[in-house]
Design a protein around this ligand. Sequence first.
Ligand code: FAD
Length: 508
Amino acid sequence: MAQHTSFDVLVIGSGAGGSTLAWRLARAGRRVLVLERGDFIPRERENWDPHAVQVLGRYGADEQWYDADERPFRPYTHYCVGGNTKLYGAALLRMRESDFGEVRHHGGVSPAWPVGYAALEPYYGMAEQLYCVHGRRGVDPLDPPASTPYPFDAMPHEPRIAELYDDLERLGHRPYPLPLGLRPAADAPPRLALFDGYPDPTETKADAHVVALRGALASGNATLWTGAKVVQLITDARGRSVTGVVVERGPERTSVSAPVVVLACGAINSAALLLRSANDRHPHGLANGSGLVGCNLMTHHNGLLLAYGEAENPSPFQKTFGVADFYRDGRHGALPLGSVQLMGRMHLQGIAELARESLPGVDAAEIAAHSIDVFLTAEDLPSPRNRVSLRSDGSLRVEYHPTNLGAYEGLLAQTCRMLAAADALHGRRAPVFLHQRLGSSGVTHQCGTLRFGTDAATSVLDVDCRAHELDNLYVADSSVFPSSAAVNPSLTIMANALRVAERIDARL
Ligand SMILES: Cc1cc2nc3c(=O)[nH]c(=O)nc-3n(C[C@H](O)[C@H](O)[C@H](O)COP(=O)(O)OP(=O)(O)OC[C@H]3O[C@@H](n4cnc5c(N)ncnc54)[C@H](O)[C@@H]3O)c2cc1C
């Protein structure tokens, strides 16, 4: 087996966490090798073909996982350079300050993080700069205090969306411009019609590949291996540090080593890799003295809501605001519900499926032309029952039993009521609502499987996101989250990756 040893840091995975961390370390002069199991997504006509992307899953992982009842499913996740950010919706929000403390929910208590908001604040600012976030401070009442301005002003609303925004304000709600990661476009205005769930051939979307990894490679200090799946981490005889990683590249197996190894495979695969790397010193998986590796998987309760009303909505890009009202206590009651955001337009086949029962015979194009597309997110709570484990043939079992669903149901009801009230202001009939809660295969917001903390008995990683049991193993993806909050996770992953990179740089 060939051996490679000329790197300071190995980064496993090139998504939000891995590429951002690699960018920071490469710019600091560290020699970084990024190991990515996928390849580049080609820039091709199919990038914006809803049938190819959404129905056939052209860029999705060609894998089968198993649920708690041993039912196989194809996970909605992406193995490619840039990871899931290649298809993400680039809504880049800071977690709310209260999310870092304990929060009481319908379904129990969301635990505190081992660091407060202040520890991440400077890194949030750096991540907003790197990912070209367009936003406006001082409007979102829950946006935490920030020491830096957004690098770009918020995206303008399309006319129908501006009308809805004003209506919600008239009703006493608190809409705010949605912070979005968009590179300054060569064409103005940028073409953004197909956005959430699609790779962007114009490279306007600020994803981890075009923004961070490309910058790392341009520094001359980073190397990228694609098609490089890490299958095992090897430790020294005492099991105290990682001495190498085993990489499958096509038919070949290679071993690579470096003083520091960083896991950033996404929460499910990072945990699986530690479980797969069990040895005499770590019989239940690396760094698993607590028994928590793979546990506490969270995915958010996410759902799509289409409000089919009388008013036309010809907006190509409508994803320009969110609503803060239901995130904490408020008119809806004492317990939090979650986030409401507009999202990219839904494709016609998806609409037709949603409408089959409630609107039989109504053309999907007619529904699309009169709908507002909304994305709902409620927090799910960590539970040891929700976990990643290995089956006897090495494949993945992902057990997930929803927690805190009451919050999601409340959020859905409040959002429908709010949108109906907005239409009533114009004397329009209440919209027909088409709704789908994303199921457990939709692991787009996966997190929590390697939580960080101060106590080795109740966490896998220390406060610097270094394994309690392995001196040179760090984690920089969403695995580290002790709670999921109810905001989109990427900006927090990126900010924390910058924080972890700084610790690694200091150590090196
Ligand atoms: C359609 C969609 C819309 C989304 N919208 C938003 C949004 O608007 N805002 C937001 O904040 N988030 C959004 N997300 C979620 C966001 O993309 C993820 O939270 C984020 O990318 C997770 O970052 P990560 O670093 O943890 O993992 P990932 O980005 O998933 O990266 C993990 C990488 O590791 C690689 N890998 C896995 N195993 C191995 C291995 N064994 N060896 C080598 N490489 C490996 C994978 O191929 C992948 O490239 C969305 C996701 C999707 C799919």
